[in-house]
Design a protein around this ligand. Structure first.
Ligand code: PLP
Length: 466
């Protein structure tokens, strides 16, 4: 597919700009460009076709089933988009006097209150722009807490081996040493190994529960207690709250601080690179260290982590979503997410080996370790063949503790009919791959088939040379 620059034809510009309705202003000579910018020149038809073609090449939740584990690719109700598009929310400027935006401030307050209730926290900031950014903010709070008490010896963050990669990365970015604790055969934190690494140098623990193999760690109270007894704090990675919202609360599990991905659980479309929001909630004793929002002045604050109020419209969508679902609806959504995952897990077990038996939460992991050894059929082969069935592949080769992993998260917004069709596709792909005499050639129907992914990432071409 050609770039707009390559399709450009000299003189083929659009001239449909509206009439100037403000006084004309001339920049000073020094600020003027010497040469006109090299913008592509195309007709409206060609621009329209270009972007429609790009859209056809993308795959989103509105194109088909998208069970990308840990990413919660659920349907985001359109009504929340409509609400976030209201002029009262979009036609405001962050530097406006606060008494002219009291409605917007009310949205932040209400959303903070709802999410505090859901997480069992006392205070919330919406400044962080994404999950990883929220983690950074949270670990900065933990660090600040220890320092404020004159305890400078706590420089270690404990992270289970099933953690999302952003957890160790966050701890390292905060200047902490990352201590890995292995999971037991049941997928839960190994308590003995946890005890062994706790000590006066423990700053805290970062944990996601249910974890990335979809298991709720039933020792959670003992885990968070052990960390507290050692003088550390507990950080809850709540990027995916889909299994527990309205059912159990991180605050009741012994966590001191959490982040939520509003763009996963709370109705902001994601996958295209943003904007998102990694709201951070904390218990009252950490609140004095929260980032100062606009007009706030906490003397002990860790400082700003983003300009103004964060990605405000993401918060509007989250609030609209929560108010629409209500207390019962939030709980029901979580229960349906868990039910859908268990239904699929059970059906896929007809062919696929699941990583951990028993009831899962919002997601589960299957492994093709045996098939890879015996038949050279890999998780990659299954994922690529699913593309030809119009299904977005599950998360692949993650979590690292399961070999040849496919991590499947159907979400609550899929009907039983869709789940049945998807299950049949998964089973058919399995049987086809296993029966094939030659290595799999899938996908056969996509524009790009099996790219060299490492090279595509390392040598990506992002600059157009005229
Ligand atoms: C998605 C995710 C993150 C990171 O969130 P971003 O918004 O992509 O930075 C962190 N932890 C878990 C468990 C996740 O699933």
């Amino acid at each position: 597919m050609k770039l707009l620059f390559e399709k450009s034809v000299e003189g083929c510009a659009l001239s449909i700009l509206p009439e100037l309705d403000v006084p004309e202003y001339r920049l000073s000579e020094g600020a003027l460009r010497l040469k006109a910018p090299k913008l592509p020149q195309l007709s409206e038809t060609d621009i329209d076709r270009h972007y429609s073609e790009l859209e056809r090449r993308a795959f989103g939740v509105n194109n088909g089933f998208y069970p990308l584990g840990s990413c919660t690719m659920k349907y985001n109700p359109r009504v929340n988009e409509a609400i976030a598009a209201l002029p009262g929310f979009t036609q405001v400027h962050p530097l406006q006097p606060s008494d002219t935006v009291s409605g917007c401030l009310e949205v932040l307050k209400l959303a903070g209150g709802e999410l505090c209730e859901i997480t069992g926290m006392d205070a919330m900031t919406f400044q962080p722009a994404a999950g990883a950014h929220g983690e950074l903010t949270g670990v900065m709070l933990i660090k600040k807490y220890h320092e404020a008490r004159g305890d400078f010896s706590r420089d270690k963050i404990i992270v289970p081996d099933s953690a999302h990669g952003t957890n160790p990365a966050t701890a390292a970015m905060c200047g902490m040493k990352v201590i890995n604790v292995p999971s037991g055969a049941d997928g839960c934190v190994d308590l003995g190994r946890l005890r062994a690494v706790l000590g006066p140098d423990t700053a805290g623990l970062m944990l996601t529960n249910p974890n990335t193999v979809g298991i709720f760690d039933r020792n959670i109270l003992e885990i968070t207690n052990l960390v507290h007894e050692a003088g550390g704090l507990n950080y809850y990675d709540g990027a995916n709250l889909n299994a527990i919202m309205g059912v159990v609360r991180p605050g009741d599990m012994g966590f001191d601080c959490v982040h939520l991905n509003l763009h996963k659980t709370f109705s902001t479309p994601h996958g295209g690179g943003g904007p998102g929001a990694g709201a951070v909630g904390c218990k009252g004793f950490l609140a004095p260290y929260l980032p100062n929002g606009y007009g706030e002045d906490r003397p002990e604050s860790i400082g700003r982590v983003k300009a103004f109020y964060g990605n405000f419209l993401v918060v509007v969508r989250a609030l609209a979503y929560l108010l629409m679902l209500g207390r019962e609806g939030v709980t029901l959504a979580a229960q349906m997410a868990v039910l859908n995952a268990n239904y699929m897990k059970k059906r896929l077990a007809e062919c696929y080996a699941v990583s951990h038996e028993g009831i899962c939460m919002h997601e589960f992991v299957v492994t093709l370790e045996r098939e890879a050894k015996e038949r050279h059929v890999t998780a990659m082969d299954v994922a690529k063949a699913l593309l030809d069935k119009g299904i977005h592949p599950p998360t692949m080769y993650f979590p690292l503790i399961v070999h040849e992993a496919l991590m499947i998260e159907p979400t609550e917004t899929e009907s039983k009919e869709t789940l049945d069709l998807a299950c049949e596709a998964f089973l058919e792909v399995y049987r086809d791959c296993m029966a094939a005499e030659t290595p799999s050639q899938h996908p056969l129907t996509t524009v790009i088939r099996r790219p060299d992914e490492v090279r595509a990432a390392r040598e990506s071409k992002l600059i157009y040379k005229f």
